[in-house]
Design a protein around this ligand. Structure first.
Ligand SMILES: Cc1ncc(C[n+]2csc(CCOP(=O)(O)OP(=O)(O)O)c2C)c(N)n1
Length: 160
C-alpha cells in the first residue's frame, strides 16, 4: 500500500494547544516536512521563542532550546557557533521578531549568521490578546486599535 499522507517523522504526535483556525500547526508541519526532506533530522536544533508558539518544543521530534522573548537569533548564534554542524533555526512570531527582538534579528543578519529563521507574521500579538503589533497593517483592527490602526497616531507598519 502506498501512503499518500502521514505524519512527518520530525513532527511529534502531541495534541497542540493552538486555537481553532491558528496556522502555527500548519507551519509546524511544513517545518517538519522540510527537515525530513533535507534528511537533517539528527542535526537539527530549533529555538522556541515567546508567543503562542512558546511550546513548539513539544511538537517536534528533534532538539529544541527555549529563548527569552525576542532573543532566539542570539541563542541560535551561540548554538551554531558551538555546534557548527548543527542545522539551527529559530521560530518566531512578529511580536517576538519585529518588536522586542528587532535588534537581535537585524544584528544576526548583519553578522551573516548561518542560521535559519521561520517568521510567522500574524500581524498581532496573539498570545497576550490580539494587541496591535509593529506589523499590524494600516486600518487593521486589533484589540488595542478597535477602530483600525491609525498611522497618524501609531505610525506605519514595519516592513520586515
Ligand atoms: C520580556 C517579555 N515581555 C513581554 C512579554 C509578554 N508577551 C508574551 S507573548 C508576547 C507577544 C507574542 O506575539 P507574537 O510574537 O506575534 O506571537 P503570537 O503569539 O502572535 O504567535 C508578549 C508581548 C513576555 N513574555 N516577556
Amino acid at each position: 500500500m502506498k501512503a499518500v499522507y502521514e505524519r512527518p517523522e520530525s513532527l511529534s504526535d502531541a495534541v497542540t494547544h493552538y486555537c481553532p483556525g491558528c496556522t502555527h500547526g500548519v507551519a509546524h508541519r511544513l517545518v517538519a516536512e522540510t527537515v525530513d526532506e533535507l534528511g537533517v533530522h539528527d542535526q537539527t536544533v530549533g529555538i522556541a521563542s515567546v508567543g503562542c508558539s512558546v511550546f513548539a518544543y513539544n511538537y517536534f521530534e528533534f532538539d529544541f532550546q527555549q529563548a527569552a522573548h525576542g532573543r532566539a537569533p542570539a541563542v541560535g548564534t551561540g548554538i551554531k557557533r558551538v555546534h557548527p554542524d548543527a542545522v539551527v533555526f529559530a521560530y518566531q512570531g512578529d511580536g517576538d521578531l519585529a518588536s522586542i527582538g528587532t535588534a537581535e534579528i537585524v544584528h544576526a543578519a548583519m553578522r551573516g549568521e548561518n542560521i535559519t529563521v521561520v517568521f510567522i507574521n500574524n500581524a498581532i500579538y496573539g498570545m497576550t490578546g490580539g494587541q496591535m503589533a509593529p506589523t499590524t497593517l494600516a486600518g487593521q483592527k486589533a484589540s488595542t486599535s478597535p477602530a483600525g490602526r491609525d498611522t497618524q497616531h501609531a505610525g506605519s507598519p514595519i516592513r520586515v
